[in-house]
Design a protein around this ligand. Structure first.
Ligand code: KIV
Ligand code: ZN
Length: 518
């Protein structure tokens, strides 16, 4: 009997760093902590928690996540400059398993136009940065930004210097999503064969999705010998995003016959993670998205339904429960008490502080009064809303609308702004316009509306509306979310939530390409 040795692949999640870098995906501290906690519970090996030098908020998030995480390594990103590395080291001070991830561009186009550095200067920066990072931790990852457009011989020299200086993981990013599976397979194979001591470190994939090949390229990298995959929940990230964690993990699981690799991921938490990240960022998951899309396990055509009834294997390569998708469950009603509500929250993985619990319970009772059936999805939307808005400096206190045929839509609005209540009445071209104008009058700002989107949390005319509002101010984009059985109230919540996110984002500066500041 032959036993195939299964290689264990490390899952490096960068939802909180590369994912958060995507326009409109800004998250506050509370949201980042919730995501980190779930990633840890799910079995992610390394959580890239942020870019500590980029803002005090990122620094705090990384350091708070180190205190919360039980099993995963926590990683902070740093450019090749000493200031970046020292800041990352400082943020990771309390981590049980700290990792510093330092990077520099290695492609001709980036070195010339972005860094204004020649090959020797880049090699020197690699040696210095990795050595510096090793002063803080033994777990140092080095990345060659734009590796897939780098001259192969030069890339080999860069990797050699990084290994020689003490890097333990070498990441080969396809920064602009340019490579193809065969080419990426050949690149990792070549590096493993040619670079001295390549067998002493772990190679890592980091593929962007500009050509829709991020997952395929990452798997090709694994087949070529990479031992770590960098990815994000729902594939969020710069431009077209990163490789989607759920797709990588399920592809490895479902096609073990040709990819004998294991991961530590509890796949039953994938759907929950997808929902959480979508709720927090306000980025909806497309219906036909692999693994976690609403339609990923639904069979509409008669031929498919007939086959499924005869044997699920006719059209199903994995079971919905494997990824945590369960039949929609009917849950509490208006007679349910505090105890039942608390039990339900706990079974869904929520633990709320006393005040937040009381607020959530009050909103649940209101909802149960308005809505015949209250589903898990309703509870999730309600509690997420509570948590999302719990820390907001600006809050909706009251809203009264007058609208209809032949009436100029009018919104009477009260907001609490840094603890002080302010009220106005405003008119608009429609009810949404009136609401947004009222908010603008109370809290004047220069942000412009980029997106206004409504979806239903569950089926039926009494479903809660989930509204996303994307705002842009001076090149910064944020997405706010709100949900309520009243679509207009949800719209007000979402707009105000986006404004709060802009307040947080104003403090965060976009880091420059590189200043090798020693
Ligand atoms: O895409 C990329 O090159 C990156 C690096 C910082 C690893 O995100
Ligand atoms: Zn990236």
């Amino acid at each position: 009997m032959t036993t195939i040795m299964q290689r264990q692949i490390k899952i490096f999640d960068t939802t909180l760093r590369d994912g958060e870098q995507s326009p409109g995906a800004a998250m506050n501290l509370e949201e980042k902590l919730r995501i980190a906690e779930l990633l840890d519970e799910m079995g992610v090996d390394i959580i890239e928690a942020g870019f500590p030098i980029s803002s005090p908020g990122d620094f705090k998030a990384v350091s708070e996540i180190t205190k919360l995480v039980k099993n995963a390594s926590v990683c902070g990103l740093a450019r090749a400059g000493f200031k970046d590395i020292d800041r990352a080291g400082e943020a990771l001070k309390q981590a049980k398993r700290p990792r510093i991830h330092t990077f520099i561009s290695t492609s001709p186009v980036h070195m010339k136009h972005k860094l204004n550095m020649g090959e020797n200067a880049v090699l020197e920066a690699i040696g210095a940065s990795v050595t510096r990072a090793r002063n803080f931790t033994d777990d140092v990852e080095w990345s060659a930004e734009d590796a897939t457009r780098t001259v192969p011989e030069f890339l080999c020299r860069c990797v050699e210097v990084a290994i020689h200086s003490g890097a333990t993981t070498i990441n080969i990013p396809d920064t602009v999503g340019y490579t193809t599976p065969q080419e990426y397979f050949d690149l990792i194979t070549m590096l493993r064969a040619k670079v001295p001591n390549a067998n002493t470190i772990t190679f890592s994939t980091h593929c962007h999705n500009d050509l829709g090949l991020a997952v395929a390229n990452s798997l090709a990298g694994v087949l070529a010998g990479a031992g770590q995959v960098e990815c994000t929940i729902n594939g969020i990230g710069e431009r077209a995003g990163n490789a989607a964690l759920e797709e990588i993990v399920m592809a490895l699981r479902v096609r073990k016959d040709i990819m004998p690799f294991g991961t530590n991921i509890n796949t039953k938490l994938l759907a929950k993670a997808s929902k959480l990240v979508s709720n927090v960022t306000g980025f909806p998951v497309q219906y036909n998205k692999a693994i976690v899309g609403k339609n990923a396990f639904s069979h509409e055509s008669g031929i498919h339904q007939d086959g499924m009834l005869k044997n699920v294997e006719t059209y199903e390569i994995m079971r919905p429960e494997d990824v945590g998708v369960n039949a929609t469950s009917l849950m509490l009603g208006k007679l349910s008490g505090r105890h039942a509500f608390k039990d339900k929250l706990e079974s869904m993985g929520y633990t709320l502080e006393e005040a937040a619990f009381e607020d959530a319970f009050r909103r649940f009772k209101d909802l149960a009064d308005k809505k015949k059936h209250v589903f898990d999805e309703d509870i999730m939307a309600l509690v997420d809303d509570e948590i999302i808005r719990g820390q907001d400096a600006i809050m909706v206190k009251a809203l009264k609308l007058e609208t209809g045929t032949g009436i100029k839509p009018t919104a009477a609005m009260t907001l609490s702004v840094h603890g002080e209540d302010k009220s106005v009445t405003a008119t608009g071209d429609g009810p949404v316009d009136a609401i947004f104008k009222a908010i603008h009058e109370i809290y004047p700002h220069g942000a412009s509306l980029q997106l206004f989107q409504i979806s239903a949390v569950t089926e039926g005319t009494d479903a809660q509306a989930a509204v996303s509002v994307r705002l842009e101010e001076n090149g910064r984009t944020v997405t706010g979310k709100g949900s309520d059985t009243d679509t207009m109230v949800a719209a007000a919540y979402a707009y105000v939530n986006a404004l709060n996110k802009l307040l947080v984002k104003r403090e965060k500066q976009a880091p420059e390409a590189l200043t090798v500041a020693r």
